[in-house]
Design a protein around this ligand. Structure first.
Ligand code: MG
Length: 388
């Protein structure tokens, strides 16, 4: 973790947030995205804009979905938590290091990690700008480009899936992660493998839709040389995941189960999985994401940065995180054009040969916000703090 700490004799804290603007925006997706957890055609998302008393501005994004199908949080619960609890708590705090923000927010609100992360992550951008460092460098990143995989949602026809897989192969993606659920698993995987051959890494993501009784059935996936099977069982089933992993040669990856550093510690200790999908929003922010990175690196687990259909703002944090050395598998870091007709940032995120460039030429996030675009998509807005 980047060291910005000051000693016990240090003077006043460096940062204090003067105002927070919350905006809910709605962006149409190019094509609806369907998984065992949710179907999303339009992305409602909360954007946060922080301004410090020292005049530093930073933007963040809350990754909670509209429906409580992936994790319990929703856009509405996050809006409520931010407006009534988290923003007031942040406005009360003076801080030097963003980990202090993470601790303060976690002690103010139990649960609601995505709402907490929406404020904690831009505090990392503020710290990076103040230190004159690109965010990736402040986090400890060592890569200039990050490998990108793509998630393919549940499709109605095998031909449709094959077409998408062919497209992903041509676009240069480094891995396909195929959504599966009971009744839609062996045939889709076989169909996609047939198209991509063994050229491209293939993984599946079940979003917790199987039970331990399906173990025998899931073993039939072993013949397809899968990089991983993500979240086969429900999120709370640590012991069952450990049992399934013992009987399955395919590495299990955990996503929904890992809601915090503590959950990651338990999963590692119980040998529930060989891969962790790290989504900073799901674990309360970048402080916990970095701790999980260090834990898993020491324990020898593989890691990748997962996606939540972020706009270009959330994407910037994920790309910076994915530049850390422990993220050794391709992340869900698709370019803007995969999801949006027009993104909220300039320039838009692009991918070349399956690689996304880590912004390293300026301090902070390294993106420009398209405020006009954001304002044209805004459904509601509230300003809290000095200017309200
Ligand atoms: Mg997943």
């Amino acid at each position: 973790m980047g060291d910005l700490s000051t000693g016990p004799m240090a003077g006043p804290r460096q940062h204090r947030i003067a105002s927070v603007t919350l905006r809910e925006v709605k962006l149409p997706l190019r094509t609806p995205f369907v998984s065992a957890a949710a179907s999303v055609a339009e992305k409602r998302t909360i954007l946060v804009q922080l301004e410090t008393e020292q005049g530093i501005e930073a933007w963040g994004e809350c990754v909670a979905l509209e429906a409580p199908t992936y994790t319990p949080e929703t856009v509405e619960t996050a809006w409520l938590m931010l407006k009534d609890w988290l923003v007031p708590a942040l406005l009360d705090l003076s801080w030097d290091h963003p980990s202090e923000v993470a601790r303060h927010l976690a002690s103010t609100v139990r649960g609601h990690p995505m709402a907490r992360a929406a404020l904690e992550m831009p505090c990392w951008d503020i710290a990076a700008q103040a230190a004159g460092l690109p965010l990736a460098k402040l986090l400890g990143g060592s890569r200039e480009t990050v490998e990108t995989g793509v998630a393919i949602g549940l499709g109605k026809s095998l031909e449709g899936l094959q077409e998408q897989a062919r497209g992903a192969l041509e676009e240069g993606y480094r891995r396909i992660r195929l959504k599966i659920q009971p009744g839609q698993d062996l045939d889709p995987v076989a169909a996609v493998r047939q198209v991509i051959g063994n050229e491209l890494a293939l993984a599946v993501d079940a979003n917790g839709s199987y039970t331990l009784e399906d173990a025998e059935h899931l073993r039939q996936l072993e013949e397809f040389n899968l990089q991983m099977i993500e979240q086969p069982l429900a999120r709370g089933l640590l012991l069952e995941h450990a049992e399934l992993q013992r009987s399955l040669t395919i590495p299990i990856a955990l996503d929904e189960t890992i809601g915090s550093l503590d959950a990651a510690r338990q999963a590692v200790g119980l040998k529930c999985a060989k891969v962790i999908n790290v989504k900073p929003g799901r674990v309360g922010g970048l402080t916990a994401a970095l701790e999980i990175h260090d834990l898993c690196q020491q324990a020898g687990l593989d890691l990748f940065v997962g996606g939540m259909l972020e706009t270009g703002i959330g994407r910037a944090y994920n790309v910076a995180l994915a530049s850390l050395p422990g993220f050794n598998l391709p992340g869900d870091l698709s370019p803007s054009a995969r999801y949006w007709r027009r993104d909220l940032v300039e320039p838009e995120w692009t991918m070349e040969d399956g690689l996304v460039a880590v912004p390293l030429s300026s301090p902070g996030l390294g993106i420009e916000i398209d405020l006009g675009r954001i304002e044209s998509l805004t459904l509601r807005q509230v300003v809290l703090g000095a200017r309200s």
